[in-house]
Ligand binder design. Structure first.
Ligand code: ADP
Ligand code: MG
Ligand code: ZN
Length: 195
């Protein structure tokens, strides 16, 4: 099939934990496969929550993925004939991932990335804001607030750890809306633990 225009663009799926980013990524990639497009799926080796070489959603949907450590390693693994590139947990990649995605899209590939737009303090989580800026399509997904049931845009960390990256799921985070979100909670928990 040939198009009357050149293909290649970037799609960003972003939002808090439990908002269905991985589900949406898996849905789009499965549909691309149904359309007989050549799809490659990547994830960061930092994300060791479930099966290492699979994207897994909290609703237990899975998709086989290639595990890479850096944006450069990802770029090296993309095959010329690949038409669609999917990346989950894109916030775990270094800043070079923005350039990598741009280059792949310029080569005519459909690049679909999913990741957190905010960290556990509610601060924009690069490289996702940069990717949102250069993307053609941005989808914000919302979870359900664990406190009040409202649409939730924040990931509340509920354990006393203050590193920016703490890999975990229901044990370490819950989804919260803007009003129920407590950005200082982790430091309060840490202080309590020390005192
Ligand atoms: P993400 O990749 O954004 O973390 P997933 O796609 O892995 O999200 O999981 C989304 C699924 O998580 C939902 O379809 C639902 O089954 C489940 N889930 C668990 N807790 C929540 C919550 N608080 N809000 C919405 N969905 C939740
Ligand atoms: Mg996910
Ligand atoms: Zn709430």
């Amino acid at each position: 099939m040939s198009y009357p225009f050149r293909t290649g663009f970037i799609e960003v799926i972003c939002g808090p934990m439990f908002s269905g980013k991985s589900e949406e990524l898996i849905r789009r990639l499965r549909r691309a496969r149904i359309a007989r497009q050549r799809v490659q799926v990547f994830k960061s080796s930092l994300d060791d929550r479930y099966d290492l070489d699979q994207i897994v959603s909290h609703s237990d949907q899975t998709l086989q993925a290639v595990v890479v450590k850096t944006a450069a390693a990802l770029a090296e693994r993309v095959e010329d004939r690949t038409e669609v590139v999917g990346i989950d947990e894109v916030q775990f990649f270094d800043a070079a991932i923005v350039d990598t995605c741009e280059r792949l899209a310029n080569l005519g590939k459909r690049v679909i990335v999913a990741g957190l737009d905010l960290d556990y303090r509610g601060v924009p989580f690069e490289p996702v804001p940069q990717l949102m800026a250069v993307a053609e399509y941005v989808t914000k997904t919302l979870a359900v607030c664990a406190r009040c049931g409202a649409p939730a845009s924040r990931s509340q960390r509920i354990v006393p750890r203050e590193e920016r990256i703490v890999v975990g799921a229901g044990d370490a985070y819950e989804a919260r809306c803007r009003h129920c979100f407590e950005p200082e909670l982790t430091s309060q928990l840490t202080l309590k633990l020390q005192g």
